[in-house]
Design a protein around this ligand. Structure first.
Ligand SMILES: [Zn+2]
Ligand SMILES: [Zn+2]
Length: 82
């Protein structure tokens, strides 16, 4: 049985709670809703990302640092800014 995308329950990649996709590089900055630019995060971890900015957040969760850096490069942003 196939569900439409909106019915899929995603899980936070950190704590496994119910999650929504977070775009590492926002659309405004050239990012897209594609695998390499999306991390699934629960409300708490998602808020933390936006509060702290991606550079600080990547320091807290180094398992995502490579993915975040890669997404920045792919989206054409050379600077590792938040
Ligand atoms: Zn979480
Ligand atoms: Zn987000």
């Amino acid at each position: 049985m196939k569900f439409p995308d909106c019915a899929i329950v995603h899980r936070c990649e950190i704590c496994n709670d119910r999650a929504d996709p977070h775009e590492i590089v926002t659309r405004g900055a050239g990012g897209k809703r594609v695998d390499w630019n999306v991390i699934y995060l629960c409300l708490a971890h998602h808020g933390e990302f936006h509060d702290r900015g991606r550079t600080t957040w990547a320091g807290l969760y180094p398992q995502f640092a490579d993915k975040i850096w890669e997404a920045c490069l792919r989206a054409g942003r050379g600077r590792h800014d938040a």
